[in-house]
Structure formats: C-alpha cells, structure tokens
Design a protein around this ligand. Structure first.
Ligand code: AGP
Length: 603
C-alpha cells in the first residue's frame, strides 16, 4: 500500500506536497519522493526512509504549480532512493507515482529493454513511465489511455510531463484514488485526509476512471475516453480528526476515540424501543438465510469470529468463517439461503476483495462492512454497512475493531428480530450495546492496564487463552501484542492447552486469560490452575467483584459485568491498551509497526 498526492493549479510550495504525504504515512513509509514541473523542466527528489527524511532533501519553500508525491510500502524492489517514486522515463520529462502492483511488469519491461529503454529501478512502476514515453505523441492524456490498455494488475497512478506543465492525469484500477478541486487548485490523493485541507467535497474515482486536469478544470472519463459522471461526497471529518489530538500516538488517540466512534456506529441503527434498524438491508430477504459465509483478514477476521459465536447461538443458521487468503482458493457453494458478509475496515484488502469477486462469480450476494466511504469493497458488494469509526491512522486496528463488533452485533440482532427469535435477553443485550460507549469510557480510564503493562513489558512470550466467544478475544489480544510490540504472543482456545501448547509454559511465559463470569467460567478457572501448576505468571481479565479469580492470578484487570455475549466488546480496549503500553514501553512506535501497512492491497 502506498500514498499518492498530486496538486495542480495556483502557486503552492513543494512542502505542501510533503505535508500531504504526512497524512498518508500510515499507508507506507519506507521511502518517499516528489516531482514538480514548470516551464524549465521536471524536478525529482527522492529519499529512502520516512517522509521527514525527504523533507530534508527538497526545497520545501520552492513555489510550484504542478507536483506529485509518493510515500512507499515496498512490493517490488527493496526500499531505496532509486526504487522510491516518482519514476521517470528515458527522456526525463515524464514522472509517475503508482500505488498497486503491475502483474505483467516483467514482460512489459522485457519488451521495453529490447526496444532500448534504460531502467533505473527494480520496481514494477517504472514500466509505466517508459510506456507513456513510447505512447506519447504530444498528447499526454492519449498516451496514458494507450498505456493503461497494456497494464494488468491493480493501480492508481498520477502522471505529469514537463512539456505540459499545466496538465496532470490520474487513473485507477484496483487501488483507491480520490479527487477534489477548489477555486484555485485540484488535488489527487490515495484517500481524503490530504485533500480536506483544500476541499471537503471529493470524488472517489472508480475502477476504470481517468481524470484529466488542466489548471483547476477537470474531466473524468473511462479508459476509452468516454466521459463518466461521478458524484461528489462531502467529507465531514475535520483535519484534527486525523491528527494526534494531544495523544502521543494515533493509536492511543484512536482507542480514546472509541466511545464517540461507537456512538457514530449506532446513529440511526436502533429505534426508540432499542430494536435494530438496518434500512440498508431492506432489499435482502433475511428470513430465508440459513447459512452465512463470512470472509475477512486479521483483526477483521477476529471480529467475524465474534459474530459467528453470537449469531449461531441465537439464530438457527451456520456461520462458516475463513480468512480471505484461504477462502478465495476453496470451492464456493452458494445456495439460495446463503448470505455472505465481508469485513474489511480499509475496504482495500486484496484477499478480501478477491474473495468477494469469487462469491459474486458464484452468484452470491455480499454485505460489506467497512470504515472507508468510497473504498473498493463498497463498489464490489451488494450493500455496505459502514462502521463510521472515522479515520484510523494507527496501523493496528483499535476503534475500527470495536466498531466492527458494534455493526456485527447489530446485524445479528437485526436478523434475530427479523426471524422472530427476539426475547428479553436481546432487549438487555441491545440496551447494553446502546450503553456500551459509557461502559468502555470507564474502562479506558483504568490506570491498572498501564501498570500491568509496566510489569510485563520485558517478557518475550505470552499465551492468550479464552473460551467460546472469547477465543476470538484471545486471538485479537495476541495479534495486537504481536503486531506492535513484536513479542511472540500466541492464542488458543483454553481447552487446547493440554493438547500441546501447555508445554511452552514456564516462568518466562505468562498466560493472559480472558475469564469473565460467563457459562464457561469454571472451565476457564481449571485452565488457569493448570497453567499456574507450570509456574507461569497469570494475568486475568475478570468481571468486577470476582474475588476468587484474584486469588489465582498474579495480576487482574476487572471489567464491568455485561451480558456474556458482549464481553468481547468491553474487553477489546483492555487488550488494545495493554499491547499499546507494552509496545510504547519497549520503545517502539505503535502507529507504524515494522513490516506492516494499514491496508494490505497486495496478495
Ligand atoms: C489489524 O491490527 C492488522 N493490522 C491487520 O490484521 C488487519 O486487520 C488486516 O490486514 C485486515 O485489514 P482490513 O480490515 O482493512 O481488511
């Protein structure tokens, strides 16, 4: 995943391009570059490393009218100055920035080399600049259209040419590209955060769109040059919403945003009696559903697991869930009573998108759950339930995971109501969901979470365990700790310990047990006892008032009593904060964990 910014129109500074990149840094940050054109030619500066390293090698105060910039997450070619974008052609007049993967770049590069082109990088992207050079006969737009026909794979590109300093061209197929203009300038970017400083009314380009910008006028066509009409969307996020807002890291800010994020997810989704209302699903005949296929990756997969346990408990249906990277290669059987739910906070995860395409091909209907308005998943699914968590800049999912749970619980409750299975248990669950932002606000303030992180920050192994619906909680807790503190955190259904994993336990291998007062509590207690017998330190998350658990734990974090189905929701901020504080205390940047990017658009 990479970040693209392009600005054209009235005078601006090169530093404005870099400011735009900074707002996209979570999309990739191993190298960055800018290119600008004026009457005297093309100027390109690049730097391996974070965006601030680039700021050190460019004239940030230089006044320009047309420029593109890029922050990279390497897919082809190691992070380096020469592999950083923008990439240029042999003439040194054309500059291209690209997000995605050109799947047929080797064969394209072979032909270009045979025709005498000289390459400077190992990237797939560079073939685009040389192809445009070959196709350029004076009209950059036509040259780009010709080039797009030769590309296979996923891309969002922005192109400029030093002979035509008042033109910028963008195109997308499979990777996001957002476009917006105000009275003086037009902008292209990989998502809205760099654009809202200039305009809040943006267009999310669709796959197959090309935008031709001259000065601050623009037209959008398809790859054949036919004009297409795209609706503007108004983005209400204020700029601060994407800034840290006084917190040390975006991740801590975003965990603290959970209460308001939950409220946003609930808006319009429950009536005055507390019954769920999902008008987006009015066209769906949910009464007929007997089988749900659920596909997602990573944290979104764990949210799907919570849905599975909850939905199967109250609905007479089977929920078959799989990680998208496996699902997409398996036989997909779609029957009349099958419904598919695809969960992706970014809406751009390649494996999840490919799974959706396979489901559609098999005749399935897909409900998408995503956080990003205008993301690809929204256009490839039959209906989208937005998580409305606001921008999440931290690479590790926090508020988006919790909002996924809110939407998924609501979806299950909606089906329970639709299928006439609603009873007073669901009245209570609905009431608690509607009150969950207040419950979680209280949990987030608990100083014991950071104190516990301080005690365990130097351990290099953790065993997360849970039972039933909290197996998902244990898995998510382990993923959070792994991905931001690089600790070996493993997760198991607690009953599995005796089938092997317990061999790992010793004083250096603490057990993090999710053991709320639920129907599996006694079973969990025995698992904790068997772990203690191996001299492992015991950390527990337990229900307030449970003194018994304190006796068998080294450390316990208490959470308020809720319906046992909702513990994954209220425990989520605890596992997120525990991971955040440990990562922070180990000196890592939780916002930009090594080797990870916010949205995995490569397979
Ligand atoms: C979340 O903390 C991880 N960074 C990662 O597992 C993520 O959940 C996964 O890549 C799926 O992303 P998506 O929800 O945007 O599809």
């Amino acid at each position: 995943m990479c970040g693209i910014v392009g600005i054209i129109g009235s005078e601006f500074k090169v530093g404005d391009l870099i400011d735009g990149l900074k707002k996209l840094e979570y999309r990739g940050y191993d190298s960055a570059g800018v290119a600008t054109v004026d009457g005297n030619g093309l100027y390109v500066s690049k730097s391996v490393g974070r965006i601030d390293a680039l700021r050190g090698v460019v004239e940030t105060e230089k006044a320009v009218h047309n420029g593109i910039a890029h922050t990279r997450w390497a897919t082809h070619g190691v992070p380096s100055d020469r592999n950083a974008h923008p990439h240029t052609d042999c003439s040194g007049k054309i500059a291209v920035v690209h997000n995605g993967i050109i799947e047929n770049y080797q064969e394209l590069k072979k032909g270009l080399l045979e025709r005498g082109h000289k390459f400077h990088s190992e990237t797939d992207t560079e073939v685009i600049s040389h192809l445009i050079e070959e196709n350029f006969k004076g009209n950059l737009y036509q040259a780009v259209l010709e080039t797009l026909k030769e590309l296979r794979g996923a891309f969002a590109i922005v192109v400029i040419h030093s002979d035509i300093p008042d033109v910028m061209i963008g195109a997308r197929k499979g990777s996001p590209l957002v476009f917006g203009c105000n009275e003086e300038k037009c902008m292209l970017a990989s998502d809205v955060t760099p654009i809202i400083k200039y305009t809040r009314d943006v267009i999310f380009l669709e796959d197959g769109d090309v935008v031709y910008i001259q000065g601050n006028k623009a037209r959008i066509t398809d790859f054949s040059g036919n004009i297409v009409i795209r609706n503007r969307m108004h983005i209400s996020w204020d700029e601060n919403a994407a800034e840290k807002g006084g917190f040390k890291h975006f991740m801590l800010k975003e965990i603290n945003e959970v209460p308001e994020a939950i409220e946003s997810a609930l808006v319009g989704r429950y009536d005055e009696k507390g019954f769920p209302v999902l008008h987006e699903l009015d066209e769906f005949n949910l009464e007929r559903v007997k089988r749900i296929l659920l596909v997602a990756c990573g944290t979104s997969y764990h949210a799907g697991l919570v849905f599975k346990y909850f939905a199967e408990k109250y609905l007479d249906i089977d929920v078959l869930i799989d990680v998208a990277s496996e699902f997409r290669y398996r036989p997909i059987r779609i029957t009349d009573d099958t419904l598919t739910v695809a969960i992706s906070q970014s809406g751009e995860t390649a494996d999840t998108l490919e799974s959706i395409r396979a489901i559609k091909k098999a005749g399935g209907k897909v409900i998408a759950i995503t956080n990003v308005v205008g993301s690809t998943i929204t256009r490839e699914s039959d209906v989208t339930l937005f998580m409305n968590a606001g921008p999440e800049i931290g690479v590790a999912a926090s508020k988006t995971y919790i909002n996924q749970l809110i939407v998924l619980y609501t979806l299950a409750l909606y089906m329970i109501k639709k299928l006439g299975k609603w009873n007073n248990i669901h009245d209570e669950i609905s009431r608690q969901i509607l009150n969950s932002s207040k419950i979680i606000k209280q949990i987030i303030q608990d100083p014991k979470i950071e104190q516990m992180a301080d005690l365990y920050k130097n351990y290099n192994h953790f065993m997360y365990v849970g039972r039933g619906i909290n197996t998902a909680t244990a898995m998510e807790g382990a993923l959070k700790l792994k991905e931001i503190s690089y600790i070996n955190a493993v997760a198991y259904a607690a009953g599995e310990l005796k089938h092997g994993p317990i061999a790992l336990l010793d004083p250096t291998f603490p057990v993090f047990a999710v053991v709320p007062k639920d129907s599996l509590y006694e079973k969990m207690r025995s698992n904790i006892e068997e772990s203690k017998a191996r001299n492992a330190k015991i950390i527990t998350i337990a229900t307030e008032g449970d003194k018994e658990i304190e006796r068998i734990s080294n450390n316990v974090i208490y959470i308020p009593q809720v319906s046992e189905d909702l513990y994954p929701l209220v425990i989520a901020p605890v596992i997120q904060l525990f991971a955040y504080y440990i990562a922070n205390k180990r000196g890592y940047d939780p916002d930009k964990p090594r080797n990870l990017a916010k949205s995995v658009t490569v397979e």
